[in-house]
Design a protein around this ligand. Structure first.
Ligand SMILES: *Cc1c(COP(=O)(O)O)cnc(C)c1O
Length: 434
């Protein structure tokens, strides 16, 4: 399978090149050249299949031409080693809990898969170390660091702004050791990002080290997210709901998660429609209303992993629907909620159903409350564990949230960081010394 750029001005590339490069040279995003359809027989079988089994078959349909079947099966199973249960919240509304992985957020799925695929492509180069550079304001760093932890032939440098990351987030990438190095930069998140961007453009560095990024535009991070749409479907089928009336609602920021769902639908998953749930960063919502896409600087909200003013995967959504606004609005609805509305939803849901939402899941839950039609069954993606936003959530509900053991374990770990100034020459000579 080849991968083409959404901008379409450069030649198609192999899966390996798309994964190693991340972004196409024309600044477009890579898309599979065609989307394989899964046979009806697969959908008949999935209700009795486990998550790793479903993931392996879907992965084979997408990547089977490019990765040895046995190894693909192995790395997919290894990536999908935590449960993703579908939990009933109330009549017709289910939560797909994506937060049972190592860093308690859905990004674990893509990060774990990408790490293993990159390790596979690098398998014959025992003397070639792949260096992953990632700048983080919190969550991406932890998912990427934990996803790549212990993967041979790959080393990860996480750059984060000193004193500007919450302690719960910081421990998730500074206590790991092994092939993970946390670089504490005396500056802002923007400084970290600027250092990473400049490193990718530096000829001397790139001549001496193999550098790659692990951000969410990478096909190996975004495509595996479709595994759990199929698995949600399998779990619903067991419950005897009307399978022609299933609505998936996705709390969206960069739109990688929902785009994976849209592609799952193209592969044959009969989802009736999608809802892209936004916080106050409502660029996509406005696009649905007006047909005009006007990116804006992001505003800060309590669902901060969705604070995105120019969603990077919008290009993929447009591409999937041939830039046809009517086709997009026929399959995807939208909504936007203020912090007050999100907080109200967290509180109400807890009081009326006993279910503890996190602020991101709450945006999607509220959309189902407002837009689910009679006869439909709604599934919202619960993208993070509420304990990751402990202070915010406790402030809303007044009830204490228990910290899961795997989060508590990080908090007992020993912090190991390298302190660096926000200066490119210092960063570069540090990398070259490694
Ligand atoms: C990253 C993130 C999102 C947004 O996902 P996109 O794929 O960028 O749309 C939503 N919720 C949480 C908790 C996240 O970490």
């Amino acid at each position: 399978m080849k991968y083409r750029s959404t901008s379409g001005t450069v030649p198609e590339v192999s899966l390996e090149e798309a994964v190693v490069k991340g972004l196409a040279p024309d600044r477009g995003l890579y898309m599979p050249e065609r989307i394989p359809e899964l046979p009806k027989e697969f959908f008949d079988r999935i209700p009795s299949m486990s998550l790793p089994e479903i993931a392996s078959e879907v992965a084979y349909a997408l990547f089977g031409e490019d990765v040895d079947a046995g190894r693909l099966n192995e790395l997919t199973q290894d990536a999908m080693n935590f449960p993703i249960p579908l939990v009933k919240v109330k009549d017709n509304v289910y939560s797909l809990e994506l937060f049972h992985g190592p860093t308690l957020a859905f990004k674990d799925v893509g990060a774990r898969f990408m790490a293993r695929l990159l390790g596979y492509f690098n398998r014959d180069n025992t003397d070639r170390m792949v260096n992953v550079l990632v700048a983080t304001s919190g969550d991406t760093g932890s998912a990427v660091a934990n996803g790549f932890l212990g993967v041979e032939g790959v080393r990860v440098f996480v750059l984060y702004p000193k004193g500007k990351v919450s302690p719960i987030q910081e421990v998730q990438f500074t206590t790991l050791g092994q092939n993970i190095e946390a670089l504490e930069i005396d500056g802002t998140f923007d400084d970290c990002q600027a250092l990473v961007k400049r490193a990718f453009l530096d000829d001397e560095l790139n001549g001496k080290m193999m550098l790659t990024s692990a951000n969410s535009i990478n096909v190996a991070r975004f495509l595996p997210q479709m595994f759990y749409y199929f698995y949600a479907w399998a779990q619903l089928a067991d419950l005897g709901v009307d399978m022609d009336e299933v609505v998936m609602c996705v709390p969206s920021g960069n739109f990688g998660n929902i785009t994976a769902g849209l592609i799952a639908k193209r592969m044959g998953l009969p989802i009736k429609r999608f809802i892209a749930a936004n916080n106050a960063n409502d660029i996509f919502y406005r696009y649905l209303q007006s047909g005009e896409y006007n990116p804006r600087p992001s505003v800060q909200t309590i669902a901060n992993a969705m604070d995105v003013g120019d969603p990077s995967n919008f290009a993929r959504v447009l591409n999937l629907y041939g830039n046809d606004h009517d086709a997009i609005t026929a399959e995807i609805g939208g909504c936007t909620y203020s912090d007050e509305q999100i907080a109200e939803t967290v509180k109400d849901a807890l009081e009326t159903t006993g279910y503890q939402l996190d602020p991101h899941g709450a945006v999607a839950y509220r959309a189902l409350e407002e837009y689910l039609k009679p006869g439909e069954t709604g599934v919202f993606l619960e993208t993070a564990h509420p304990a990751k936003f402990k202070d915010t959530v406790e402030g809303i509900t007044g009830k204490e949230i228990e910290i899961p053991e795997r989060l508590a374990a990080f908090m007992r770990g020993k912090k190991q960081t390298v302190a660096l100034p926000a200066d490119f020459d210092a960063f570069k000579s540090y990398l070259l010394s490694r």
